[in-house]
Design a protein around this ligand. Structure first.
Ligand SMILES: [Zn+2]
Length: 245
């Protein structure tokens, strides 16, 4: 049976001289792995190899469990041409693809995550370089929220004391799953000292931060936290952190 859906290309591996094995995050069918035969042939009906983070209308057939399905049509609706020209935007789009791949399971649809990922890729394409990390933070929080992994930031994640500006010191720890107060920080060796501004920002990520150092530190904290949630290092995070250092 042929299935029509929209999908974002998350992974691509060459298969023979002319074909690709692709992982897509689709709107209605979740993550699917498909073989696309002949995409690299000069006169392919696909119009060329399918690019990472490209979005398009797809037609595919799924096989029995553990067998690769077959992609029969892919009509791109979004190429990310402008994103590819900018190193930070490009690496943030690859980071988004890695998140989607690691946070989702095959054939487990999350249409809201699909919409947020599509919006993020479109924002990367159109935003200024200064806005990239803001939209990345929003996307990270949306994916954490929708997978039930939001860090606890409205108070101490250990003793639950509510966050107020009366706190003298502020800390964040991935292993504690969020903020820590002064009384609890000593127990968590991975805790980082943060400012009140960052602690506040973790509660209201939609508000634009103007302090570049705070934006960068927030991203360092979030990427370390996401890696902790996923229980594995993120391949693409190192390059993003290097670019914003
Ligand atoms: Zn505490």
């Amino acid at each position: 049976m042929l299935i029509k859906d929209k999908g974002i290309c998350l992974r691509s591996t060459d298969y023979s001289d002319s074909s690709q094995i692709l992982t897509f995050f689709t709107q209605q069918n979740g993550k699917v792995s498909l073989i696309a035969k002949g995409t690299k042939k000069p006169k392919s009906s696909f119009g060329g190899p399918i690019q990472l983070c490209g979005i398009g209308d797809m037609v595919f057939a799924l096989k029995d469990e553990d067998k690769l399905g077959m992609l029969t049509e892919f009509n791109p609706t979004f190429f990310g041409t402008n994103t590819r020209k900018r190193l930070l935007a490009l690496n943030c789009s690859l980071l988004a693809a890695e998140f989607l791949n690691l946070f989702t399971k095959e054939h487990d649809p999350h249409p809201a995550v699909f919409e947020d990922a599509k919006t993020f890729l479109e924002r990367l394409e159109n935003c200024s370089d200064a806005e990239i990390l803001h939209w990345l933070t929003i996307f990270e929080f949306s994916i954490l929220e929708q997978t039930g992994s939001t860090p606890i930031c409205n108070g101490c994640s250990n003793c639950r004391r509510p966050l107020t500006n009366d706190w003298q010191d502020f800390f964040f720890s991935s292993t504690a799953n969020g903020l820590l107060c002064r009384d609890c920080e000593g127990v968590f060796i991975d805790r980082k000292t943060i400012t009140y501004n960052i602690a506040k920002h973790l509660n209201t990520p939609a508000e634009l931060l103007s302090d570049k150092a705070a934006i960068n530190q927030t991203q360092n904290l979030l990427l370390e936290y996401i890696s902790h949630v996923l229980e594995r290092p993120l391949k693409t995070a190192g390059m993003v952190l290097k670019l914003i250092k």
